[in-house]
Design a protein around this ligand. Sequence first.
Ligand code: CP
Length: 306
Amino acid sequence: MASSHSIQSYSSTDVAMLFEAARRESHESPLTTPKTVALVFFQPSTRTRMSFEIAAKRLGCNTLIETHPTTASSMSKGETLHDTLATVACYADCIVMRHPDEKEALDAVHGLSVPVVNGGWGNWEHPTQTLVDMYTFSRTFEDIRTMTIAIVGDVNTRTSRSLVHLCDTLGVAYRVICHALFETNGRMLQTTGVELRVVDTGESFKEAIRGVDVVYYSNYTGTGQTEADRQIMFRDMHIPLEYLQEVEVSTGKRTHVYSPLPRRVGEMDTRVDGTPFDLSFPAMRYSVELRMALLRRLLEKLPVSA
Ligand code: CP
């Protein structure tokens, strides 16, 4: 059955088809037969949960939302994750789940009778976020295959992990830049085969991002480092609005700043928000049409990936 567990199952043709469908969504009608989409979130979420909810509603679907399953569902009485999801599958036509452990999630969804969308599983993958990221870039740049992305920050995250896979699939150039204080995390992302640049000052960071089209701040996991180290990383990887303006004037090329969000205070210059350099907030609008296109195909039992 069509599901969406990993970005690694998407071919470049699958992605192109989904992006074309997302562009058409504003002109499409709701589904002829109303369906139900269940949102089961074991971890907090703002964007993923709300954009899937609004996407489902714009398709004319009902939603079942459980945001505290371990305390508010019968899992609190010892029910297994699989039995809980098998029950949800009796009430819903599709399940979107966020879970802190990818192995538990993958075991539990095995054999379910409805498609399951990975809404962020452990530190493994967040495939629909990556589709939103790349869809946003495809709406911004004429040809994503001529752009370069710098993946920066606490790079060992599920969003970065999915992004490097999708870049590899689509032939999008990227470089991964981590702070020396976070080198261990960078080396963990390297298991996917990426080239890593390690920086330790604001100047070396600016040198490393020179010429890229998008600086992608991978969303922050909060693991492994002290708060003092995080503050040093935020300081050294901070890009002030004035710097973006100066680079555009001196090179004629715009550097965009993007984060799948959430971000921490001090991590990014919030004065960039709403300027032509910002892609994080435009992505919110694109996320709804992308997730509508994905849900439409899953609910109509059409394939979404190989
Ligand atoms: N980008 C993202 O997954 O955000 P949320 O955690 O708010 O869903």
